[in-house]
Design a protein around this ligand. Structure first.
Ligand code: EPZ
Length: 417
């Protein structure tokens, strides 16, 4: 059990670098097996989910190790195509090994993935995309067996721009014969990052970021070197913490464009935002106001992953904010916990209504999921007195040495393992 101790009420001040992106690292690690290649990845965050992905690689016969922010993978020794449930259930992203294994071995045996409990998280779009590329899929209880004697390029139209389904389709399409066009693809920066990695690996792939990704096979390179992009959700979380505490923080090594919708609402709430192409400074006097309406949407819309942390930043904002969560059906699990701090938030169905309160008071909370837990940290930093968050390992799945990073900005926070 991780226990986060926070003494709130201190302004965050100073500058910090933002870690590499978890959600860019994980699909790239899965992609490393689609042909026998050596990969060197830099700026990979040291997180439980990354460790779980590397353990899957080793289970499959690859060599994979992380030294600090560097990850070294050699997938030439891959000798299996089955992933046991104990490894699959550790995170959602394990499902991306389905497309990767199918591409490399023509077979994948795995089970339904784990990950945060955010409501129903079906994988029908992943399975449908792989079937369209020629895979035969048997489902038996939670077990999934995919086989394809040959993958054949085709036109795939995703009815919803699922990030994971786009990634699976891109990986399988790299080893398909002929051209694959994925329409309705997710446009997230992590999709562009995956495309960049696949190109280095020798794939003929273009269009990521536009909604139509075209893949025309792969001529494998012996080795790939790739730097992982900064984590836009961690950047958004620190920006929200700075806003909530009346702080003055510079985030370095980030791409502000990638979380511009979050910065837009923080600006609407009364923060000054000064951006360059590699940094953002956020200045807040701590007197925020409600921002009206916020709706989550696929990129380039407002990210669902930043919804809980922006909610936390607005708990003391004068007036009303209404959030509509359009991506996940159960992403307000943090709300009852935030109310225990004195917040006035009511959530019903897709909608949450926040009325700003004068003051939050620290108390004992329980982290419900990764971003919900991060929201409790943001709220705890803005609350008077001590907040203690009991966390069954959710937050450290996505935030690297977050206590140290916040302490370097003046927060009174420590993590007891
Ligand atoms: C990715 O999850 C991220 N995870 C999530 O981040 C993020 O919240 C999400 O994209 C949306 O941006 C990783 O990248 C590892 P989706 P993913 O497929 O790929 C429905 C975090 O906190 N759907 O775009 O699982 C699904 O139920 C995490 O870091 C289907 O109906 O997201 C959901 O409602 C949490 N059928 C919506 O689409 C499918 O086959 C978005 O899911 C697939 C998805």
């Amino acid at each position: 059990m991780d226990i986060w101790h926070i003494r709130g009420g201190r302004r965050l001040e100073g500058a910090c670098f933002v870690q590499g992106s978890k959600n860019a690292s994980l699909p790239i690690i899965a992609a490393s097996i689609i042909c026998p290649t050596r990969s060197e990845l830099f700026n990979v965050p040291q997180l439980k989910d990354v460790d779980a992905a590397l353990r899957i690689l080793r289970h499959l016969g690859c060599s994979a190790e992380q030294r600090g922010g560097d990850v070294y993978i050699d997938s030439s020794g891959l000798s299996g195509s089955a992933i046991p449930h104990s490894l699959m259930e550790e995170m959602r992203s394990s499902v991306i090994f389905m497309g990767a294994l199918l591409a490399r071995c023509g077979e994948a045996r795995l089970s339904l993935p784990g990950g945060c409990q955010l409501g129903r998280r079906p994988i029908d779009l992943h399975l449908s995309a792989l079937k369209q590329l020629g895979a035969e899929i048997e489902e038996d209880g939670g077990e999934i067996i995919c086989r394809a004697a040959k993958l054949q390029g085709t036109e795939i139209t995703l009815p919803f721009p699922s990030v994971g389904a786009t990634e699976n389709a891109m990986l399988a399409a790299c080893r398909a014969k002929g051209e694959t066009v994925i329409r309705g693809a997710a446009r997230e920066p992590e999709i562009v990052a995956l495309q960049n990695y696949l190109r280095e690996m020798g794939a003929d792939i273009r269009g990521a970021g536009s909604g139509t990704v075209t893949v025309n096979g792969l001529r494998p390179e012996a080795s790939v070197v790739q730097r992982i992009i900064p984590d836009r959700i961690v950047a958004a979380t620190i920006a929200c913490a700075a806003a909530a505490t009346g702080g003055n923080v510079e985030l370095r090594g980030v791409n502000p464009e990638q979380f511009s919708t979050v910065l837009h609402f923080l600006n609407q709430a009364g923060c000054d935002i000064i951006s360059t192409n590699r940094s953002v400074r956020l200045l807040s006097d701590g007197r925020l106001h409600g921002v009206g309406e916020i709706s989550t949407a696929p990129y380039p819309g407002f990210p669902t992953d930043a919804q809980p942390v922006l909610m936390a930043a607005l708990l003391k904002a004068e007036g009303r904010t209404v959030i509509t969560e359009n991506i996940f059906e159960n992403r307000y699990r943090q709300v009852p916990e935030l109310c225990r701090l004195g917040a006035d938030v009511t959530a019903s169905g897709k909608t949450a209504e926040i009325w700003g309160v004068e003051c939050l008071h620290g108390t004992a909370l329980t982290a419900t999921d990764l971003r919900g837990g991060a929201a409790m940290i943001v709220a705890g930093l803005a609350a008077e007195g001590e907040t203690v968050i009991c966390d069954d390992g959710h937050i450290t799945r996505g935030y690297e040495r977050f206590d140290m990073r916040l302490r370097s900005l003046g927060a009174d926070i420590y993590l007891e393992y």
